[in-house]
Design a protein around this ligand. Structure first.
Ligand code: GLU
Length: 306
């Protein structure tokens, strides 16, 4: 095992209250970072103003404080990181990897040979430059026809050929906003994150992020994806449903114990009613990533107060 100090993070999007799925990511990333005396940083992913819900960031901070999940250093707000994203895009442009794209979503849909994992695969129309007089919309990165592989800390080996699965993907959207894929890589690298722990809904985004890391000459972090929390109907738990009942003030210890159990950890009976101050030191000391269930489809949290 490497002796490098772990620098982990939690990166919630303030699009609603902290639901149980995000709580699992917070507890998992916290324990895995703190386990070996590492650092745990917090980043608010308020990158997309139309999706940001007023008051949601404060609600998340209130929840984390009540849960005793204290972060190190200053909170990074993506809305204040535009300069860094511009600079990263400039570096990629100098490497000849980015191009302006004039295609509308409809045009891409019509010309796409087959849909990718997240919508149609971009067919490369504007790779050699948009036609004269056409107004550029999005900025894309050209992906190679090579396989990107990594070994996830829970799900094991994972591969993707970006050109087959997603195609040339967007770095800056037609509305001028930077894409999540770029922002996450630039922000993680800026503070030296070397361990990314998050929900497995982002497993298929990871090859794009590894490709961006490599293209920007960043060190590629370790990735640990946690099983997704599903509602009783099998749908991913969302900020709109099921979160209203979580009472971070009175139930903090109980919620942490539930998150730990969801992650396969065996919380001793004596700690089941304990407050975070007693439970978290045990969790940091005893968290065992081998116990995290390998459930790619997610796990229905039927015993949870959702
Ligand atoms: N902001 C993302 C979310 O709330 C997580 C991004 C990440 O951890 O890379 O789902």
């Amino acid at each position: 095992m490497s002796t490098e100090q772990i620098v982990g993070r939690f990166a919630p999007s303030p699009t609603g209250p902290l639901h149980f799925g995000s709580l699992v990511a917070a507890v998992g990333s916290y324990c895995l970072a703190r386990r070996n005396g590492g650092t745990w940083l917090l980043r608010m992913e308020d990158l997309d103003p139309p999706r940001v819900v007023p008051g949601a960031a404060d609600g998340i901070l209130f929840a984390l404080e009540n849960l005793g999940l204290h972060w190190d250093g200053e909170i990074v707000w993506q809305s204040q990181r535009t300069e860094a994203y511009i600079e990263a895009v400039e570096r990629l442009r100098q490497k000849g990897l980015v191009f302006d794209c004039v295609c509308t979503r409809k045009e891409i849909l019509l010309s796409a040979p087959h849909p990718g994992e997240e919508g149609p695969i971009y067919p490369g129309t504007c790779r050699s430059g948009p036609g004269a007089g056409q107004r550029p919309r999005a900025l894309r990165i050209e992906v190679p026809q090579e396989q990107v592989s990594f070994c996830d800390g829970v799900f094991g080996p994972f591969q993707q050929v970006l050109s087959d699965s997603v195609g040339d993907f967007v770095l800056r959207r037609a509305d001028g906003l930077f894409a999540y894929q770029l922002a996450v890589v630039v922000d993680d690298a800026a503070v030296g994150i070397n361990q990314v722990v998050r929900g497995s809904d982002l497993l298929t985004s990871t090859p794009r992020q590894i490709f961006l890391c490599a293209s920007l000459d960043y060190t590629i972090p370790e990735y640990i994806h946690l099983p997704m929390v599903l509602e009783r109907d099998g749908k991913k738990v969302s900020k709109r449903h099921g979160s209203a009942l979580l009472d971070y003030k009175s139930d903090a210890g109980k919620l942490i114990a539930l998150a730990l159990s969801f992650l396969g950890q065996i919380v001793p009976n004596s700690l089941l009613g304990a407050p975070p101050l007693e439970l978290l030191p045990w969790a940091i000391e005893n968290f065992d990533s081998q116990r995290i269930p390998v459930a790619l489809e997610g796990i229905v949290a039927s015993h949870l107060p959702l």
